[in-house]
Design a protein around this ligand. Structure first.
Ligand code: 2RA
Length: 331
């Protein structure tokens, strides 16, 4: 008997992509239930040629559900994930609500798949998109050369703020072209033709929550509490893919050729790197695609045993929806 799957937050940017991934990957499911806020209930979405009506999320929505994919924000996950688990579902939560809970596995299927088995609380957490995309490029190198530290700057798409982020960028560009007033609702400054060095709120050490996720989640996923990370997360006027510029220091000597060799055969990551032909990854290459792309691989000029690289990935897909569906495939 095939599993009954639910998507919580089905009408959001990630929820829509989860449905697409389930369909495109021909996920073996018997029934699909779509859940969202009262505001979205009643909408109809298409899955495998069949129209499905979105139902309002309640604590009683999970009877008979085997796997519940959540992507409706941290507070919805905090409130409803325990009810879903209590009803017998395994929850795969895309929010940050449970990621650092010691009883909740934090999983990137290409890196630590075994941790997804038999989750103690019936909840598995999907890591932050910037962390997933960065680790897709770093995990193969960690395995071969022993990662010690990461210094990174991210260039994050507006889709990271959900559908509203995309709308804000579009509306601002249109206003500028029309010579009209530019309105910023979800960002502290204008995002069109600008970059904003703030993603999520600032914490007491001067880093934002988003920047600390790279360290905290990276340590947990790699099972490596000593990993050192310093990160600057920047919002850029790009629709869907995040890019990350990384300086990684290793305990063993490394060079570009050795790094390229370490990627050979690794799933989910492809090397796109030939500066002589202007070949390097850009956000437009990865949008809508499964794989992350890594390029600009070169020895760092300041630190020993260090490598600089540039990795790009679709933050809605591999950064969220696809990673969650791949965890469901493990189950
Ligand atoms: C962002 N990584 O880009 C966060 C959440 N998706 O806003």
């Amino acid at each position: 008997n095939l599993p009954h799957v639910a998507i919580v937050g089905a009408t959001g940017a990630v929820g829509v992509e989860m449905l697409l991934c389930l369909e495109q990957r021909n996920f073996p499911l018997g029934k699909l239930t779509l859940l969202a806020s009262a505001r979205s209930a009643g909408k109809r979405m298409t899955f495998r040629g069949e129209e499905i009506e979105v139902k309002e999320l309640t604590h009683d929505s999970f009877a008979g559900i085997d796997i519940a994919l959540f992507s409706a924000g941290g507070s919805i996950s905090q409130e409803f994930a325990p009810s879903a688990a209590a009803a017998g579902a395994i929850v795969i939560d895309n929010s940050s609500a449970f990621r650092m809970d010691p009883d909740v596995p934090l999983v990137v299927p290409e890196i630590n798949p075994a941790t997804a088995k038999n989750p103690a609380r019936g909840i598995i957490a999907n890591p932050n998109c910037t962390t997933i995309i960065s680790l897709m490029a770093l995990a193969p190198l960690h395995e071969a050369f022993g990662l010690e530290s990461i210094i990174a700057s991210s260039y994050q798409a507006v889709s990271g703020s959900g559908a509203q982020g995309i709308i804000e960028l579009e509306q601002q560009v249109a206003a500028i072209v029309a010579g009209e007033e530019v309105v910023s609702k979800i960002y502290p400054r204008q995002i069109a033709f600008n970059v904003i060095p703030q993603v999520d709120v600032f914490t007491e050490n001067g880093y934002t929550k988003e920047e600390m996720k790279m360290q905290n989640e990276g340590r947990k996923i790699l099972g490596f509490p000593e990993l050192k990370v310093s990160c600057t997360c920047v919002r850029v006027p790009v629709y869907r893919s995040h890019s990350v510029s990384i300086t990684a220091k290793f305990s063993r000597p490394i060079d570009a050729d050795a790094a390229r060799a370490a990627y050979a055969g690794k799933p989910g990551i492809q090397v796109v790197d030939d500066p002589s032909t202007k070949l390097f990854p850009v956000p437009l290459d990865t949008t809508g695609k499964d794989d992350c792309l890594v390029g600009r691989i070169r020895k760092n000029l300041v630190l020993d045993n260090a490598l600089d690289l540039w990795v790009v990935g679709d933050q809605v897909r591999k950064g969220a929806a696809l990673n969650a569906v791949q965890i469901a495939e493990i189950l």
